[in-house]
Design a binder for this molecule. Structure first.
Ligand SMILES: Nc1ncnc2c1ncn2[C@@H]1O[C@H](COP(=O)(O)OP(=O)(O)OP(=O)(O)O)[C@@H](O)[C@H]1O
Ligand SMILES: [Mg+2]
Length: 221
């Protein structure tokens, strides 16, 4: 039997990844596709322990306190565990996996810690490490949900109802988010991620409207 397909929904914090991954999964299910939804980090699993410690600031209060390679490893081994225990067999038997974040999130969130002229070296290491050396599958399709920073800030404020203490160390650092955005757009170009512009004139498009565009892209796969 042929290997399955892996579709990744990527985007900055609060860009609607969980929302769109859920709608896509439901639509594929309704179309009779053998589909499995996964999301990273896998907070339900012990394998995310180091990620949780990192995001809670146990290794330092700023994202930069843990270098890009160390932090990437925390997230990568969590994916490896989830692949082995949860969805690897489904994928190997031809199933379709819809992932809310993936190795691509390391690219987006860890490049921002490095000077621009070290991005390529880091990205080459990252994808070789996760896909070739750890051996988890490379995505067939990465859909990048692009949201203007002011719009995503508004969404995040609404989510936390003004309780800023609930933000993790990435979400708190606006400069870090700006650099993550630059990294995301660089990666989208370099790796051919499909770009979905989720905001128009400073406002989010409707969830259904974005979903329709995501479905068009997935159908073309
Ligand atoms: N198109 C949209 N218009 C308005 N609100 C939206 C839209 N898409 C998602 N939201 C809302 O924005 C918030 C963030 O969405 P969601 O959790 O799907 O994003 P996320 O990318 O998974 O976030 P995170 O990066 O924190 O995991 C939620 O409250 C969601 O209901
Ligand atoms: Mg999410």
């Amino acid at each position: 039997m042929r290997k399955g397909r892996l579709i990744v929904i990527e985007g900055l914090d609060g860009s609607g990844k969980a929302t769109q991954a859920k709608l896509l999964t439901e639509a594929l299910k309704a179309a009779g596709v053998n589909v499995r939804a996964v999301s990273f980090p896998d907070y339900q699993s012990d394998s995310s322990a180091l990620v949780k410690m990192y995001l809670a600031g146990e290794f330092g209060k700023k994202p930069e306190d843990v270098n890009a390679y160390a932090a990437s490893s925390f997230y990568a081994v969590d994916r490896y565990a989830s692949y082995k225990r949860d969805w690897g067999a489904i994928y190997e038997n031809g199933g379709t996996i819809v992932a809310d974040r993936y190795a691509t999130s390391n690219a987006v969130h860890q490049c921002s810690k490095l000077p621009r002229d070290e991005w390529d070296e880091y990205l080459d290491w990252l994808f070789r490490y996760e896909y070739d050396l750890l051996g988890i599958p490379a995505p067939d399709l990465v859909i990048y949900l692009r949201v203007d920073p002011d719009v995503s800030q508004r969404l995040m404020r609404a989510r936390y109802h003004g309780d800023e203490a609930k933000r993790d160390i990435h979400e708190r650092d606006l400069d870090y988010q700006r650099r993550s955005r630059e990294a995301a757009e660089y990666c989208a170009k370099r790796f051919g991620w499909r770009d979905v512009a989720c905001a128009r004139d400073g406002e989010m498009r409707s969830i259904e409207d974005i979903h329709a565009e995501v479905m068009d892209i997935v159908k073309s796969l």
